[in-house]
Ligand binder design. Structure first.
Ligand SMILES: [Zn+2]
Length: 84
């Protein structure tokens, strides 16, 4: 699929990436999140149902306060955020 950024000649490629999500007072870092990333400008597309799954996962984590696995994604709590 062609990149949606104006003037960018790139195409989106399916990739598994890190994704950081802030939920309540917690920062979640997910690994292996399925996204589409532009090969030229690096613009990232997350499908709405992927975002929803991440949020549901965060809500469970915040309410249960323990570790569990959700699909093939996992997260760890950390105070650091990814700069990349
Ligand atoms: Zn692009």
């Amino acid at each position: 699929m062609k990149c949606s950024i104006q003037g960018c000649p790139g195409e989106y490629e399916k990739k598994l990436v890190f994704h950081t999500l802030i939920y309540g007072n917690e920062i979640f870092i997910f690994e292996h999140v399925p996204t589409e990333v532009c090969s030229v400008c690096g613009d990232t597309l997350l499908k709405p149902d992927t975002v929803l799954r991440l949020k549901v996962f965060c809500r469970k984590q915040v309410s249960q306060k323990d570790l569990c696995f959700c699909m093939n994604m996992h997260s760890r709590r950390t105070a650091q955020s990814l700069s990349a």
